[in-house]
Structures are given as C-alpha cells and as structure tokens.
Design a protein around this ligand. Structure first.
Ligand SMILES: CC(C)(COP(=O)(O)OP(=O)(O)OC[C@H]1O[C@@H](n2cnc3c(N)ncnc32)[C@H](O)[C@@H]1OP(=O)(O)O)[C@@H](O)C(=O)NCCC(=O)NCCS
Length: 197
C-alpha cells in the first residue's frame, strides 16, 4: 500500500533519486533542502510499504515583491514508472495545494510544463483544472516551449480539494494552534473555472 505524507529533510535523497530517473530538469541537494527548510508544509512524498519513496511533489511560495497576489508554485513532481496511473500525482498535488491555500493564504498555484508532456498536461488541466495562461517559447534548456499554467483555489476546506492525510493534519493543527479558522478565512478565494484544452 502506498501512503501520502509530508516530506522531511530525510527524504531528500530519495526524492532526488525519483527526479533523476524521470525528468530532464534536475536539481542539486541544496535546492531540495532550500524548499524543505523554507516551505516544509508544501513538500509531500508517496511512500510504499517498504518505506521507499515512489513519488514526490516539491513546491514553494512566490515571495517576489512585484507579485501582487500571494501564490504557490509547483517546482517539481514525479512518480516512479512502477507506480503511475494510480492517482498518486493527483493526491500529491492536492495535498500541496491545500497547504498553500490553507496555511499561506495562496489564491492560486502556478507551474510550467513541457508542451509535449501529455501525461502531465492531462493531470494538470484534465484532472486538477489548471488553465493555460500563456505559452513561453523556448522556456526549457533544450528549446522546448512551456505552458505557464495556473489553478485558482476553491474553498480550502472543500473535501474534494484535500486528501485524507491533509485533513488529519488539519485536525491536529486545530488542536495545536486553534488558528486554522483565521488562516482559512484569509483572502478572497476565486472559484476555479475549468477549461479544457
Ligand atoms: C505526470 C505524472 C507525475 C503523473 O503521475 P501519476 O501518478 O501517474 O498521475 P495520476 O495517476 O494521478 O493521473 C492523473 C491524470 O494524469 C493524466 N495522465 C497520467 N498518466 C498519463 C499518461 N501516461 N497518458 C495520458 N495521461 C496521463 C490522466 O489525465 C490521469 O487521469 P486519469 O487516470 O483519470 O486518466 C507522471 O507521469 C510522471 O512522474 N511523469 C514524469 C515526470 C513528469 O513529467 N513530471 C511533470 C513535470 S511538469
């Protein structure tokens, strides 16, 4: 059985391994640790029964001054070939989305994807409801174009937008801080308009 949980710094080497085998965009360990230490709540792993990481999502909050609205950004997601088409990427993405919205008050999440990546575009647009904002010509190092995509969040307490694991975490946080109501209420949430390509 595969479970989804928040990543820790101990998972970083397994996450990097999962990335190296699946994607041309690779990062050094410093970059993984930068994410894990800055936004630990936004990184999730899918772990099999042997405690092996079979998928991950790594995300961050955009904190540039010129960005007028707080938003999250998916830096990388990957699921091992042996565990694809089981809904793991969907769960990982939803867990990170939930935390962006719920903890950080993000109004939306952005990402880039290769225009040829049919599986990922299907996940983002078809399943999760991301819209294509624009095409960035020659975005990748090898010259391929990227879709710049965006998902506006619905109500973060919407059960459809959060995994069981996140709901458990949310319950724990209620007990610990009692602040979730405040956080969840921050910002005016736009309803995502799902648009097919
Ligand atoms: C893209 C990726 C993360 C999807 O992971 P996954 O766990 O298999 O995805 P899910 O099972 O949650 O599938 C969700 C949706 O994605 C789409 N999808 C996934 N694999 C697909 C494939 N091989 N072909 C077409 N669509 C596919 C489908 O729309 C699917 O919904 P469905 O099952 O109802 O048809 C995985 O294929 C992967 O790791 N690829 C290599 C790394 C990568 O490309 N990362 C994205 C970089 S932007």
């Amino acid at each position: 059985m595969v479970s989804i949980r928040q990543a820790t710094t101990k998972d970083m080497f397994q996450m990097q391994n999962c990335n190296l085998n699946n994607l041309p965009e690779n990062y050094n360990m410093k970059y993984y640790l930068y994410h894990a230490l800055s936004w630990p709540q936004l990184l999730y792993v899918a772990e099999d029964e042997n405690k092996k990481v079979v998928g991950y999502v790594m995300a961050k909050m955009e904190d540039e001054k010129e960005v007028e609205k707080s938003h999250g950004h998916i830096t990388s997601i990957s699921v091992k070939g042996s565990h694809r088409k089981l809904g793991l990427a969907t769960k990982l993405m939803r867990a990170s989305h939930h935390q962006m919205s719920f903890l950080y008050g993000a109004e939306y999440c952005s990402l880039h994807v290769r225009v040829s990546n049919i599986a990922a575009v299907g996940l983002y647009n078809g399943v999760l409801g991301y819209e294509i904002i624009k095409t960035e010509v020659g975005y990748y190092a090898d010259g391929e174009d990227a879709y710049d995509m965006r998902l506006y969040f619905t109500n973060p307490t919407d059960p459809a937008a959060s995994s069981e694991e996140v709901k458990k975490e949310q319950d724990l946080m209620k007990g610990d801080t009692g602040k979730d109501g405040e956080m969840a209420g921050e910002g005016k949430k736009k309803r995502n308009k799902k648009k097919m390509m």
